[in-house]
Design a protein around this ligand. Sequence first.
Ligand code: MCA
Ligand code: AMP
Length: 505
Amino acid sequence: MRERDNQNLYAVLSAGFPADRSSCCIDAGEGLRYTWDDVERASAMIANLFSRLALPRGARVAVQVDKSPEAVLLYLATLRAGYVFLPLNTAYQAAEIDYFVGDAEPSVVVCSPANLGWVEPIARRHRVPHLFTLGADRTGTLLEAAAREADRFATVRSRADELACIVYTSGTTGRSKGAMLSHGNIGSNARTLHTYWRWRAGDVLLHMLPIFHVHGLFVAIHGALLSGSTMIWRARFDAKEAIRLLPRATVFMGVPTMYVRLLDEPGFGPQACRNMRLFVSGSAPLLPDTFRQFEERTGQRILERYGMSETAMITSNPYDGNRAAGTVGLPLPGIEVRVVDDAGRPCGTDEIGAIQVRGPNVFSGYWRMPEKTKEEFTADGFFRTGDMGKWDANGYLSIVGRSKDLIITGGYNVYPKEIESYLDEMEGVLESAVIGVPHRDFGEAVTAVVVGKPGARLDEAAIIAALRGHIAAFKVPKRVHLVDELPRNTMGKVQKNLLRERYAT
Ligand code: MCA
Ligand code: AMP
């Protein structure tokens, strides 16, 4: 294989690094700057460390660490060394991490030093061969070990179909599924977005998203790397800090909650956006109202796009053409999108149907779930997204709902089934239903409706307190309503639509 045929995602991305390697790649604030040379050398050191561990081909590197430039270096190093990166939400608690480690059987686990006390027993129980720590302040055993390694590394050659990342998405049955994404899946999507969104030398990305999901890890970072652009890097989103930093940026990516919060700041306006050329929104529906208010306040039309962990980005509003509020735009080049009725026939304009997708971006399947994978693909190779949508007369797609029982809160997915199973196990609980209700800040708020066993004395605060510590805080219901019974249809199925109506306010 010649060098330019190497489909390793790092090789693809690094082709976009600027000729001047002494310029800034990541500006993490407080004088902490990483040049492109730093990125190459530090990722080489970690890649050398992993290579020396002689892990089997396809070995998984599971990572639950706070956001930091070093976490990006660890990601890039894993790709370079030809291993499979597996990012995990920092909000996950012991029971959740135990499941992921047991399911993915990683050869390496990297956790934050503060969590070592509870991660170590999990890693031991699952016989993980190598456990390292990495703190957001550059502490931990990973960097200590990597410091002894050489700072040059020949990126491993990978085929397009070789596995690069496993991204877990919450499962409809309560079990999370690992979406297997190849170097080719991620690389092709990165190149497509690079062209479609007109990434260019001199762009500056303000990066405030978490990096354990497709949005912050792939969509945002890859665009910047492929165009040799500087990233202004902050560990978390804060509206005031964003307004302070935006004048130095040209590109920003966020979930709708971030746009709502920017608009809540009285000082936010065209001044802050004076050098901005692109605001991108995704992961959850952007309300047309937010789109319009944003344009009124800043003169900028937010570009909304649509994607999934299984597929990376699928559609996007155009860069130059009309960005239509309430739509997710047009299929990206090279990606086929169709909306079909129950019989699998293509829907006409304004007809609601199931959204399916096929293309080089679509994952190969769920980790060790061949049956589930089979169910989610049609005979002609389209992936069933679980989203419902419709085309308008101009060929723009709108998402009108989901056939999967899913709540999206502040851009994070929560599967009701998982929360219901925890609630149903609680003492005194007979049954429960978990729904999403409209929420000004998070878009949807996780809400539980609980029926107690006869004579049981249930209490909202106690239920919420009991869930905390077990599951990630963003999954914990904001409210728990105690009722005598759940509404059911004649088939005995809980009518969640009625509950959503009842608790909408
Ligand atoms: C935080 N809290 C939340 C959420 N985030 N509750 C519900 N939903 C949330 N998303 C709760 C915390 O548990 C805590 O509650 C309180 O809010 C404050 O926590 P804090 O960490 O300070 O929150 P924050 O910093 O204000 O975070 C809000 C946020 C964050 C910035 C919107 O959630 C975020 O970064 N979301 C982005 C998610 C994302 O990147 N999704 C992409 C998925 P308490 O104090 O009671 O414990 S990838 C994807 O979907 C596809 C591929 C796609 O298309 O992109
Ligand atoms: P995830 O499983 O975290 O990858 O989330 C993917 C889901 O997020 C999709 O199946 C959609 O339901 C939702 N999603 C992503 N982008 C958008 C958007 N722009 N509008 C509405 N829903 C979206």
